[in-house]
Unconditional design. Structure first.
Length: 142
């Protein structure tokens, strides 16, 4: 049976990126992204909107670039995969987290800021991202 683990997000950073290093010295950057849900009408006829908040982890050169140029509120397009991890707290409780392991990060123009094509509309063409994929999988030092 085939399987697929792929996530594509377009949203805004909820906090400034935080960079650390793996024991092997590889840079790892972590940040939060807010993604608006598409509005829909529920069973009661009410319009429902929402926001999903997701944690993103980036490895390697893209981690350094993301840490250097991204700030809270900046728009990003992310192509990656979901990764779950677990750890034990100091008092022995088991904790779990699911986060997005970004393989491609594209910086989007801010509202009203012109892109290279002269338009303020962000591109969502993920097929032509010009960023090489990153191999993750090391233990993240958080």
């Amino acid at each position: 049976m085939a399987s697929l683990n792929r996530v594509v997000l377009v949203g805004n950073l909820t906090r400034d990126p935080e960079m650390r290093f793996t024991p092997a010295g590889k840079p790892v950057t972590r940040f939060g992204v807010a993604v608006n849900r598409s509005p829909y009408v529920n069973d009661k006829g009410e319009r429902v909107e929402g926001v999903d908040f997701l944690n993103v982890v980036v490895f390697g050169r893209q981690a350094e670039t993301s840490h250097q140029y991204l700030k809270k509120g900046r728009g990003v397009a992310i192509d990656g995969r979901l990764r779950s991890r677990s750890w034990e707290t100091g008092d022995g409780q088991k904790r779990y987290a699911v986060e997005v392991n970004a393989q491609n990060v594209q910086f989007l123009p801010r509202a009203g800021e012109a892109s290279a094509e002269g338009t303020a509309e962000p591109s969502t063409d993920f097929a032509n991202l010009d960023v090489p994929p990153i191999e993750g999988g090391e233990d993240v030092p958080w």
